[in-house]
Design a protein around this ligand. Structure first.
Ligand code: ADP
Ligand code: MG
Length: 263
């Protein structure tokens, strides 16, 4: 059995494109024949909504899984994308941080749940959509992950707050998960007509070097529209600039993780 790549999509800033990236990168991976699981670890449940999983279908959620009330295998639901499965979340998850704080092994709950599920079923890629905070939930994701992907919105303050995230990653590497790698940083909502985007890109590449993906995700109205239809943009309009960028990002990630395209 080939290695599972477990990618935490993390940035404590909200609105930078974490969920959009998790949904569409996962969909692009499934499109090339990979088996993929998305774990919605944000109480806002945007990844669940983005895949069209309505509230009534979220019977067992990531909340039950991290608290150990249910096995992850029982929380997994099918999505409309072939080969792509989801562990949904609801607003219940917002209580998890306080409850986890009281629990033994509080940083390892998600890791243990994932280890159990991957001993029973195979996924080539698992993407964890993190909440916009450096909370215990995000820590659980970083402890469970093999790599972290950081979306950065291409705006003036793109790098602000990044050192806090990088410090957290370093602490996790030092104490809780020595195998954690920074898979990469991806620029999102890039505006090709704007000098500011080009300037921000240059600054980010200067500062972070080859950790930054060559692919940038353009700002694209189709990307914004897709979630309201409950489908990834790749299923909504597979040839729009946003879709093409996410396919390119997936191709680059396959190379970075040493995974062949063939399933
Ligand atoms: P996060 O999960 O980091 O909070 P989201 O992925 O939810 O961020 O994105 C925030 C908002 O920006 C959403 O409304 C989303 O539809 C929009 N958005 C994300 N990426 C793009 C893009 N490439 N082009 C246009 N809108 C985007
Ligand atoms: Mg989100």
């Amino acid at each position: 059995m080939s290695t599972n790549h477990i990618i935490a999509v993390a940035n404590q800033k909200g609105g930078v494109g974490k969920t959009t990236t998790a949904i569409n990168l996962a969909t692009a991976m499934a499109a090339v024949g990979k088996s993929v699981l998305v774990i919605d670890l944000d109480p806002q449940g945007n990844a669940s909504t983005g895949f069209g999983i309505d509230r009534a279908s979220r019977e067992i959620t990531s909340y039950d899984v991290v608290l150990g009330v249910a096995a992850m295998a029982d929380a997994i639901v099918e999505t409309s994308v072939k080969g792509l499965f989801l562990v949904p979340s609801t607003v219940d998850l917002s209580a998890a941080d306080l409850e986890l704080a009281e629990m033994p092994q509080r940083n390892y709950r998600l890791k243990q749940a994932i280890e159990k599920v991957v001993s029973e079923q195979h996924f080539d890629f698992i993407f964890i959509d993190c909440p916009p905070s450096l909370s215990l939930l995000t820590l659980n994701a970083l402890v469970a992950a093999s790599g972290v992907l950081v979306p950065l919105q291409t705006e003036f303050f793109a790098l602000e707050g990044l050192s806090l995230l990088l410090n957290t990653i370093q602490q996790v590497q030092g104490a809780l998960n020595p195998d954690l790698e920074i898979n990469g940083v991806v620029l999102t909502m890039y505006d090709r007509r704007s000098n500011l985007s080009a300037q921000v890109e240059e600054d980010v590449r200067d500062y972070l070097g080859d950790r930054v993906y060559t692919t940038v995700i353009p700002r694209n109205i189709r990307v914004t529209e897709a979630p309201s239809h409950g489908v990834p943009v790749l299923m909504y309009d597979h040839s729009c600039p946003g879709s093409r960028a996410y396919i390119q990002l997936a191709t680059e990630m396959l190379k970075r993780t040493g995974t062949s395209i063939a399933a």
